[in-house]
Design a protein around this ligand. Structure first.
Ligand code: 2U9
Length: 353
């Protein structure tokens, strides 16, 4: 075979190899194999030195044409493969802009917290300060300082969650645990009175715990909101006026209130406040058990014995206190017949508020 024939055979093979390369890496291997420093075309061209001066221009011309033809074939195949790779990537990363979007449901404040905040805000608007305290509380603050005697039923294991210290080093009251889950937020008021001098105008929202089985009107854990006022010359009239304002703000001006005598160990006198039933307007229905009234809170004048525990002189100061369950207020305001739905987390219920 003449060197020209050899070159032509090389061109046929090289162009075919380039056209057949399945990907860019193979194509590069083809280029290096023919045109690289150690490539076959390069090797032949090196052999040109052995030709005569007459032969050299013709062979050189053919060799250059072949190099150009091969470079062109590699270039064409390279573009083809790049286009194919781009197409593959575009189709792999394709987004169907006609698909419907994902619906995002923004979170919102739970109904219970809405009520806690709203009630708290009403009293903040009257100049009260918000106070908080521990949920795991000492027996002293939860009961003793609140004039609740040692044999009071609220202290019993059946009504209160006591916390046992497994280290065995717990403080005890008559052999029982001294630490409990607070049954009301009243211990916060005791702490406030210990720490501050009157005048005191304070509102205490917080979680409380009672050893109850959940039923339509009881939850073993709920949110209480209590208020405390201690100042010179505070009367039962101040208590009534304050609570009437509160009821109008929460339930609307068209609802009536009434106040009935009651008993609490920490207030004397004590009372309960009812609001007229919003469903039957006071005429009597199932919701208000035919009475026309719904009980919304307890209240009273702070018992002088409570003042004695915190060193406030009852000859100088008097005060009132009140307490309500946020879940109960929510249920009465939105006609929810069973408190348990408030804590079940059923979105069909929660979305309504
Ligand atoms: C101090 C003195 C007095 C807070 C009060 C009530 C009446 C009351 C209940 C309502 C429904 C609890 O959530 S409930 O079960 N609360 O009726 N709470 S007077 O009296 C205090 C508090 C602290 C130092």
């Amino acid at each position: 075979m003449s060197i020209i024939e050899e070159l032509q055979a090389l061109q046929v093979g090289g162009v075919a190899d380039a056209q057949a390369a399945p990907d860019l890496a193979t194509l590069e291997a083809v280029r290096v194999g023919y045109l690289g420093k150690k490539g076959s075309l390069t090797a032949i061209l090196r052999g040109l030195g052995g030709l005569t001066a007459e032969e050299r221009p013709a062979v050189g011309k053919v060799a250059n044409e072949i190099r150009a033809a091969m470079e062109a074939a590699i270039d064409v195949r390279g573009r083809e493969l790049e286009a194919k790779a781009l197409e593959a990537r575009v189709s792999a990363e394709a987004v169907d802009v006609t698909l419907p979007g994902r619906r995002r449901t923004p979170g919102r404040v739970h109904l219970i917290d809405q009520v806690v905040r709203e009630v708290t805000d009403i009293f903040v608007g009257l100049g009260y300060r918000v106070a908080e305290g521990p949920e795991a509380e000492l027996d002293y603050y939860n009961f003793t300082a609140l004039n609740t005697p040692p044999d009071h039923p609220a202290r019993s294991l059946a009504d209160t969650f006591y916390i046992r210290d497994l280290s065995g080093e717990e403080a005890t009251v008559a052999g029982e645990s001294d630490v409990l889950l607070r049954t009301h937020t009243s211990p916060v008021q005791v702490r406030v009175m210990e720490a501050q001098v009157p005048p005191i105008y304070a509102i205490m929202p917080g979680r409380v715990y009672r050893r109850d089985i959940a039923d339509p009107s009881h939850l073993p854990q709920f949110n209480q909101i209590e208020g405390l006022v201690v100042d010179e010359g505070i009367t039962f009239g101040d208590l009534k006026g304050t609570l009437e304002h509160f009821v109008r703000e929460v339930f609307g001006a068209d609802r009536r209130t009434r106040i009935r005598p009651h008993f609490f160990p920490f207030t004397e006198p004590s009372a309960e406040v009812d609001v007229s039933c919003g469903i039957c307007a006071g005429h009597g229905c199932r919701f208000c058990k035919s009475s026309g009234w719904l009980e919304i809170l307890g209240c009273g004048m702070v018992d002088p014995n409570v003042f004695g525990h915190v060193g406030i002189d009852p000859a100088v100061y008097s005060g009132f206190a009140f307490g309500m369950g946020a879940e109960r207020i929510a249920a009465l305001r939105y006609d929810i017949p069973d408190l348990r739905v408030l804590i079940e987390g059923d979105m069909r219920f929660l979305r309504q508020f």
